[in-house]
Design a protein around this ligand. Structure first.
Ligand code: HEM
Length: 462
């Protein structure tokens, strides 16, 4: 598959989930007319038992937010702002119904409180997990889709590999990779920054962590896109792509199970094969699931960096400030994380009746926890839509909250920093060559942000 095929798959449009209604929460796409009249906290959820008569009515407390709505792909933030001001914990009728938490206070609460589960299993054995709708699978992403205390046992296995100290030791390697990536295009004066740099660098790093050859990053990441984009409309297709990824990982696992690992093996395998959970070796299924979850870290790193570089191309004074003071780049990582939130939100299942933002959520109901909306909450961040390198960003929730807080956080900051340093020092005059050719993820379900960034710059010999 070539680059265009891969990026083409990002651009596909897909049908919405509420037949004939549109999903109603896109920028200016129906919220105002249909549901925008307020959100009384006494309102029952539309479409649930006894409340059908109120479905979509002015008093229903319903805003049909749907992360699968392509209208939200480029700019979901006005929709969040409406929800925060009118209906901060609202009910959406999409995908069988779920709650949407949008203010910083409730998002933090749902992220941290054990009542909101990531690994809920239905009576028929299917997992609810962190996707809305659930994908009907029985296997889970470990440790993300395990609840406390079991998740912490797996988390402990991975955390030493991705600790701040370990990432610091890897800085020369990360810097070299960013340099090589820019070396490959610098004499040409033009490139797509995503395939040349922002996707390639985390892609290669991840191949190394997974024990795969560097040059498989593109093929494997393409399979990840296909799996993510197929779900939830084509579950069989999604499973098929996921299966092909798993097979690549199984081959590596089998080799190491048979021949063992040695000190030259810098991947996660030595650690995972030696690891114990409750005194038992970690099962193949759990190892593969952890590796799969690590693979999902490539795309948000790329979209964070590419979206920041697009923003900097359009805000010359900010770019000039970072060029003059590169020490600010690591601060910029967190401010861009807050501002664009590459992982916009994840799902939870309510384990028992609970109050959230004045609404009563019932056991078994699902909640979309919007990290992105919390990060634009004007009650916490002044002028939240502006990128401000001087603000206090300590409270952002782009990496989640609580016991599932992103294990890759230090690596993400390091990758962002080396890639921005490389661009701003070696091709500082880059400009977007064709704004119309910039592409975004087709919806905000898995990831948000730029997926193609064609640029031009003054060519150099190296
Ligand atoms: C900009 C890039 C990234 C963002 C914005 C991001 C965001 C997140 C968020 C929001 C969560 C929590 C989800 C939830 O609670 O439902 C999470 C969990 C996780 N992330 Fe990341 N992530 C990024 C990159 C990475 C990378 C590169 C790795 C790989 C090292 C990684 C590994 C993980 C793991 C293993 C978890 C699950 C942690 C647990 O359940 O204990 N992430 N990430």
């Amino acid at each position: 598959m070539d680059v265009d095929d891969q990026l083409g798959s990002y651009r596909r449009d897909r049908p919405g989930p509420i037949a004939g209604s549109g999903s109603g929460s896109g920028s200016g796409s129906g919220v105002e007319g249909a549901y925008g009249n307020g959100c009384p906290y006494s309102g029952a959820r539309a479409g649930s038992t006894g409340a059908a008569g109120q479905a979509g009515g002015a008093d229903s407390g319903t805003e049909d937010f749907d992360s699968h709505d392509p209208a939200l792909a480029e700019n979901p933030f006005p929709a969040y702002a409406r929800l925060r001001s009118r209906c901060p914990v609202s009910w959406s009728r999409a995908w069988g119904g779920f709650w949407v938490a949008t203010r910083h206070a409730e998002v933090s609460e749902a992220g941290r409180d054990g009542v909101f589960r990531t690994g809920h299993v239905l009576a028929d054995g299917t997992l609810q997990g962190v996707t809305i709708p659930p994908l009907g699978q029985t296997g889970r992403l470990v440790p993300l889709e395990e609840d406390a205390p079991r998740n912490l046992k797996f988390r402990k296995l991975l955390s030493s590999f991705y600790s701040a100290g370990k990432v610091r030791e890897r800085m020369p390697e990360l810097r070299r990779l960013a340099q090589e990536s820019v070396d490959a295009v610098i004499s040409e004066g033009a490139c797509d920054l995503v395939t040349a740099l922002t996707l390639r660098v985390p892609g290669v790093v991840t191949m190394r962590d997974l024990g795969l050859p560097d040059d498989r990053w593109f093929e494997i990441d393409s399979l990840v896109h296909q799996a993510l984009l197929a779900a939830p409309h084509d579950l069989a297709g999604a499973r098929d792509h996921a299966q092909r990824i798993t097979m690549a990982l199984v081959e590596e696992l089998d080799v190491r199970r048979e021949y063992g690992t040695d000190t030259t093996d810098r991947s996660l395998f030595p650690l995972l094969l030696a690891g114990r959970v409750d005194g038992e070796p970690v099962s193949d299924e759990d190892i593969l699931s952890m590796l799969y979850l690590i693979l999902l870290g490539i795309d948000p790193v790329s979209s964070l960096t590419a979206t920041a570089l697009l923003h900097l191309a359009e805000h010359p004074s900010l770019r000039a400030r970072l060029i003059a003071d590169p020490a600010l780049i690591s601060r910029a990582a967190d401010e861009y994380l807050r501002w664009m939130s590459p992982v916009q939100g994840t799902g939870r299942t309510v384990a028992e009746h609970v109050e959230l933002g004045g609404r009563t959520l019932r056991a078994g109901e699902r909640v979309f926890v919007s990290w992105a909306s919390a990060n634009r909450d004007e009650a916490v961040f002044a002028d939240p839509d502006t990128v401000d390198l001087d603000r206090d960003i300590s409270g952002h929730l782009a990496f989640g909250a609580g016991s599932h807080y992103c294990l890759g956080a230090s690596l993400v900051r390091a990758l962002f920093t080396v890639m921005l340093e490389e661009v701003l020092t070696r091709i500082p005059d880059y400009r977007v060559s064709n704004r119309g050719a910039v592409t975004w993820f087709p919806d905000i379900t898995s990831f948000y942000g730029v997926t193609s960034l064609p640029i031009r710059f003054t060519p150099r010999s190296g």
